[in-house]
Ligand binder design. Structure first.
Ligand code: FAD
Length: 454
């Protein structure tokens, strides 16, 4: 007798931040979801340390922003050291003109905390991560995908309407559907350490040091006395101990920071790349599985979360019977069109910024410092830095994020938009079609299911 196999609307491969958001999105849009993770437990590595304004807006619409804010800490300022003359520019991040967002700051939060909150939120939505469960094979069928998972009890097969590959830079999903992700070597090596220190530096304020010996970043973490250090180092440098780090900071910046002990450490060369496709029929790639880039600017995790937010409502809408086949196909195709464009521009801008900040030639370095000093002396450019890095002005195929002013009722405009279905908004005599991800779409490009007049 043929055994009936389990079926879910969505199988998410990988329980990193992208996969967890993808599973939460699927669940809150009413899709049945299974999320599987190769590892036995959640990672304890701090990796991505910064959440940006646009991502916090996504997590607000998902329903878990208060837990995130509780676990993180706001960056107050960024000091840019344009050595060797010891001049420092202090950018007060909390005083920038951020525009209309409810989250006008960068939030310092280790990735394991972001993942903890997301997993708890998934549980509250009725989902559960299947740990120790690895994707090993995929077979596309006419109306679904047959997925083979390796578990401690042996191999199991499951059927799903959609497979979301959120399985990181070495994505098995990507390999199994034969999508290439050509990589470029950015040509820089970084050493990283989360450290316990004694220092007079003000907590909650970060430092970017453009030293002759190479770039140094000193980033505050939410717990007092704990900092993230990232230093450009020669390729194949030996592993550094606490006193090596103390010395490196002194030599590059003159800052006194006595490193007492090291937590997570890592050394990595940078590569960047974008997958040639983000979709193969019923299989989608999201997060690092689709794009990898330099951590300068802290955009990686943020972009993955926004990929998942872009796709969730589209999968749900695609299941509505009233959509024609053409409408359904256009909607699903728009994921790759929109997110691949954003990923390409992210890879380009982060690679360019990384190359500039790590340039080795002394004359070019001097020129860089002068340019940085000149640019950052402009308050307008400081404001732009906040909004750009905060991803608020990112456009999706030319379409902007819906503005979000404070309203007389004490709420913001986004509070009136249903985060599950497209909405027709009548605002100051105009009609706007707003997608569930709060992007303004051309009128008529989507059926709308909610109406709001303000
Ligand atoms: C040192 C460092 C610093 C960083 N700093 C920042 C920062 O400040 N800001 C920022 O935005 N980003 C930063 N990043 C990048 C960020 O960590 C990644 O972009 C982010 O983790 C991507 O999330 P993801 O869920 O797409 O992939 P991952 O976090 O890689 O998660 C993928 C998951 O899939 C699982 N998996 C893999 N294969 C399978 C399989 N076959 N079956 C089942 N499960 C599988 C893996 O075990 C893993 O848990 C940093 C990265 C590093 C390494």
């Amino acid at each position: 007798m043929v055994q009936e196999l389990d079926f879910t609307d969505v199988i998410v491969i990988g329980a990193g931040p992208t996969g967890l958001v993808a599973a939460c999105e699927a669940a809150r849009h009413g899709l049945s979801v299974r999320i599987v993770e190769r590892n036995a437990t959640r990672s304890t590595h701090s990796k991505a340390l910064v959440l940006h304004a646009r991502t916090m807006e996504v997590l607000e619409s998902l329903g878990c922003i208060s837990e995130i804010l509780q676990a993180g800490k706001r960056f107050r300022a960024l000091h840019v050291w344009t050595l060797p003359d010891r001049s420092v520019i202090r950018i007060d991040l909390l005083r920038r003109r951020w525009g209309d967002t409810r989250y006008p700051y960068w939030l310092s939060i280790p990735q394991y905390e972001t993942e903890r909150v997301l997993e708890a939120h998934l549980t509250s939505l009725g989902g559960r991560v299947a740990w120790n469960t690895e994707l090993v094979a995929l077979e596309k069928q006419a109306e679904e995908v047959l997925v083979t998972l390796k578990t401690p009890e042996g191999e199991r097969k499951h059927r799903a309407r959609w497979v979301l590959g959120c399985d990181g830079g070495r994505s098995k999903t990507r390999q199994l559907v034969g999508i290439k992700q050509p990589r470029t070597d950015v040509g820089v090596t970084f050493a990283l350490a989360d450290v316990q220190t004694k220092t007079d530096l003000v907590e909650d304020e970060g430092h970017v040091v453009l030293a002759d010996q190479g770039l140094l970043l000193i980033v505050p973490m939410p717990e007092p006395g704990i900092w993230r250090l990232i230093a450009q180092v020669p390729d194949e440098s030996k592993e550094m101990n606490a006193s090596d780090w103390t010395e490196l900071i002194r030599v590059r910046s003159g800052i006194t920071m006595e490193v007492e002990s090291l937590g997570w450490t890592s050394q990595f060369g940078l590569t960047s790349g974008v997958a040639e496709q983000f979709r193969n029929d019923r299989v989608f790639l999201l997060g690092d599985a689709a794009h990898v880039h330099s951590p300068v600017g802290g955009q990686g995790l943020n972009t993955g979360v926004q990929d998942a937010h872009n796709l969730g409502w589209k999968l749900a809408l695609a299941q509505r019977p009233e959509l024609s086949d053409l409408e359904r196909e256009n909607l699903l195709a728009s994921y790759q069109i929109e997110r691949q464009e954003i990923a390409r521009s992210m890879v380009q801008s982060t690679s360019r910024a990384t190359r500039a900040l790590t340039i080795r030639n002394r004359t070019s370095r001097r020129l860089l410092r002068s340019l940085v000093r000149l640019a950052l002396s402009s308050s307008r450019l400081q404001d732009k830095l906040g909004r750009d890095v905060g991803m608020l002005d990112l456009r999706t195929q030319g379409a902007p994020r819906l503005f979000n002013p404070q309203l007389p009722d004490g709420k913001r405009l986004h509070d009136h938009i249903d985060p599950r279905v497209p909405t027709l908004l009548r605002w100051q005599g105009e009609e706007l079609l707003v997608r569930p991800d709060r992007i303004v779409a051309p009128i008529g490009s989507l059926p709308h299911y909610a109406n709001v007049s303000l």
